[in-house]
Design a protein around this ligand. Structure first.
Ligand code: HEC
Length: 175
C-alpha cells in the first residue's frame, strides 16, 4: 500500500515535470540542435523494431528484371539523391540542414531486407525528413525502387553514370 502511494506520487511528479518542461519552452526544437546520443539510440532502436515488426508479413516479389531496376533508378534519381546521395558525392545542401542526417543508402541498404525497404519507402519515418512515398506511388513502383536499391551497394561511380545515360534525361515526372 505504502509502495503503491510512492510509485503513484513519482509517476505524477514525472508527468507534472514533463508538462512543465514542455510548456517552459526550454526544449530546443531547432534542426541545428543535435540529438543527444541517448535520444539518437532510443529513436533509432524504436525505428528499427517498428520497421521489422510492420514488415514481417510483406512478401517481396522477384526483383531482378532489368527494366524494373532501371525504373527504380529513375525514381531514385528524381526523388532521393538530394538526401541519400549518389556514388562519388559526399554532401548536398539539403542534407546539411536535416536532423537526423539522412543515411547514405549505399552504405546502409544491406542492413534491411527487401520487405523492410518496401515498408520504409511506402510509409516514411515520422518526425524525420523521410517522406512516405505510398500516397503518391503504386506498390509496383515502390518495388522498382527496392529492386534498384538491392543493386545500389555494389555500384561504382562509373556504373551509376552508365545507368544514368541508359535511363535517359530526368523527365521530373517519374511518378
Ligand atoms: C528530404 C530528405 C529525404 C528524401 C527526399 C528521402 N529520404 Fe529516405 N530518409 C531520410 C531520413 C532523414 C532518413 C532517416 C530516418 C531515421 O532516422 O529513422 C531516411 C531513411 C531512409 C531509409 C532507411 C535507411 C536506413 O539505413 O535507416 C530508406 C530505405 C530510405 N530513406 C529510402 C528513400 C528513398 C527510396 C527515397 C526516394 C524515393 C528517399 N528515401 C527520399 C530523408 C529523406
Amino acid at each position: 500500500m505504502k509502495y503503491t502511494k510512492v510509485i503513484t506520487g513519482l509517476a505524477l511528479g514525472g508527468i507534472i515535470l514533463g508538462f512543465a518542461l514542455m510548456y517552459s519552452g526550454v526544449i530546443n526544437v531547432a534542426a541545428t540542435y543535435p540529438h543527444s546520443s541517448l535520444t539518437r539510440w532510443v529513436l533509432h532502436t524504436a525505428m528499427e523494431r517498428s520497421v521489422s515488426y510492420h514488415a514481417s508479413n510483406i512478401q517481396a516479389p522477384p526483383l531482378d528484371r532489368p527494366e524494373q531496376i532501371l525504373n527504380g533508378f529513375r525514381h531514385y534519381r528524381e526523388m532521393c539523391t538530394g538526401c541519400h546521395l549518389v556514388p562519388g558525392v559526399s554532401s548536398s545542401e539539403i542534407r546539411k540542414g536535416l536532423m537526423p542526417t539522412p543515411p547514405e543508402l549505399q552504405q546502409t541498404v544491406r542492413e534491411w531486407t527487401p520487405a523492410e525497404l518496401f515498408w520504409i519507402i511506402k510509409n516514411g519515418v515520422r518526425m524525420t525528413a523521410m517522406p512516405a512515398w505510398g500516397p503518391s506511388h503504386s506498390d509496383e513502383k515502390i518495388w522498382e525502387m527496392v529492386a534498384f536499391l538491392e543493386k545500389f551497394p555494389d555500384m561504382t561511380k562509373a556504373q551509376y553514370s552508365e545507368m544514368d545515360k541508359q535511363a535517359g534525361p530526368d523527365a521530373g515526372d517519374e511518378d
